[in-house]
Design a protein around this ligand. Structure first.
Ligand code: F0G
Length: 456
């Protein structure tokens, strides 16, 4: 088999620069060892996130010029709405400025204190929006998903037994909706099988509980279903996505992922009352329902991007880049979540740095070391992001200490990844010199974005 090549050529370039090791060290000091606080221009390869960091296609740039900036009922809105309806078959479509705005309005309109929302794994903004209104976000990931070394196909699946127990424990009246996140970002970008989505829907339906899909990476999930789930090999990604959404009553979406856009999101639902209440708050918070916080040109870009994300050749290439890194790490014996996810490779910081206790955030030590070694920015998905803090300040660490190397879409080439592998190899060889960290400042919500650290 020949090398899988990038299915595009580059028409526009953006310079990147590697500052010296001394400069990187000083930059980390200034950022209080929190890479969210670094200047982006000081990061020569930025793998902080795959969110809003992708490159647009020529068709998207062209579509941008067609942006109809009318306040209400623009042509761009119609394209946006009809594209989303064709993929999802869901009745009501509301643009939002990004995914968390959809989550926020969903939580504000549907949840009350004491309610419970099950999910395979909540993303941090989803959890925060649910908790902000006094409800509880519960993760019901399958045990396979918690095992970072197990080579299994659908480690993003929800555990159905845990779901049944959750409903029995809290009662269906306290569960206004259940969620499933495809792919499961916080659990290693692992896919969810169609069979699991269908089964989750069926368990929820028995109790009259609607299913909301967190659809950020729906196209990557559709690709995994086609590759790994029996019966889907002859299906195109569009029809697989249609089937996925056929089990949903509603969905939240960040178009910064599989919308291949730099900003944008949406909420969709079938229930007229949900739609009415969502719309009222949308107008207050985001904007008129036909633009919802976005410019007409953004709506155009997303309408094109959603379809490009469902292009099979694009997904083959995308998955090849993730696998390329995963295979090299495997050869070097560097611990990471297996199999590799759809949008990222997740290093296992607990196994990488066994000498650092979870109370000293091994993921932060690793993220700092990677930046210092090569100017590469990664992100911790461990106890800083997901640790639980009780009223009295005691902290329960997260089950996994991961460091995510997220792949912006259509941005980096193979030589960038070769360089990254050299950086990781060197960090691995010098891992015993990496130290733990203490938090010196933290805000109340979403602390990982702005908290400060000091090496121990
Ligand atoms: N749900 C999931 C699964 C996500 O990964 C994200 C964002 C959101 C919801 C929120 O969307 O950023 O548009 O408000 N994830 C980004 C990340 C930030 O880096 O994984 P948003």
């Amino acid at each position: 088999m020949k090398t899988i090549i990038e299915p595009f050529r580059i028409k526009m370039t953006e310079p990147i620069k590697l500052i010296t090791q001394e400069e990187r060290s000083a930059a980390l000091e200034r950022a209080h060892h929190n890479v969210f606080l670094l200047d982006a221009e000081d990061c020569c390869i930025d793998l902080l996130t795959d969110s809003g960091t992708g490159a647009m296609s020529t068709d998207q740039w062209a579509a941008m010029m067609l942006g109809d900036e009318s306040y209400a009922g623009s042509k761009s809105w119609k394209k946006f709405e009809s594209t989303i309806k064709s993929i999802t078959g869901i009745a009501h479509v509301f643009p939002t400025h990004q995914g968390r705005a959809a989550e926020n309005i969903l939580a504000q309109t549907r949840l009350k204190p004491g309610d419970v929302v099950p999910n395979n794994s909540h993303f941090d903004t989803t959890r925060a929006n649910i908790e902000f209104v006094g409800a509880r976000a519960v993760d019901l990931l399958s045990d396979a998903g918690l095992d970072t070394t197990l080579e299994a196909p659908f480690k993003g699946n929800m555990d159905l037994e845990k779901l049944r127990n959750c409903i029995a424990e809290h009662g269906a009246d306290r569960i206004p909706f259940g969620m499933i996140t495809v792919t499961n970002n916080t659990g290693g970008g692992q896919p969810v099988s169609m069979a699991n989505i269908k089964a989750v829907k069926s368990v929820l339906s028995e109790h009259g509980i609607p299913l909301v899909i967190d659809a950020c990476r729906f196209a990557e999930n559709a690709y995994f279903v086609r590759e790994l789930e029996p019966g889907y090999q002859d299906r195109d990604l569009f029809s697989i996505a249609q089937e996925m959404f056929s089990y949903a009553d509603a969905a939240t979406m960040s178009c910064k992922k599989d919308g291949l856009a730099n900003i944008g999101g949406f909420f969709i639902c079938n229930d007229d009352r949900w739609a009415e209440e969502f719309k009222n708050l949308l107008i207050l918070r985001e904007g008129f329902p036909t633009y919802g916080g976005l410019a007409g040109r953004d709506l155009e870009i997303i309408a094109v991007g959603l379809m490009e994300a469902l292009d099979y050749d694009y997904q083959v290439y995308r998955h090849a880049t993730v696998t390329y890194l995963g295979d090299r790490l495997q050869q070097l014996g560097i611990p990471h979540v297996r199999p590799v996810g759809g949008h990222a490779v997740f290093l296992d910081a607990k196994a990488f740095l066994p000498h650092i206790p979870q109370s000293e955030y091994p993921g932060i030590g690793l993220v700092n070391a990677i930046y210092l070694e090569g100017g590469v920015r990664a992100v911790e998905l461990g106890s800083v992001m997901f640790g639980k803090i009780d009223g009295d300040g005691t902290e329960t660490p997260a089950p996994l200490e991961l460091v995510r190397l997220a792949f912006p879409r259509r941005v980096y080439t193979q030589s960038h990844f070769d360089y990254l592998i050299e950086v990781l190899r060197s960090v691995w060889e010098n891992r015993d010199k990496i130290t733990g960290h203490k938090i010196t400042y933290q805000p109340r919500f979403l602390r990982h974005f702005t908290c400060r650290f000091k090496p121990v």
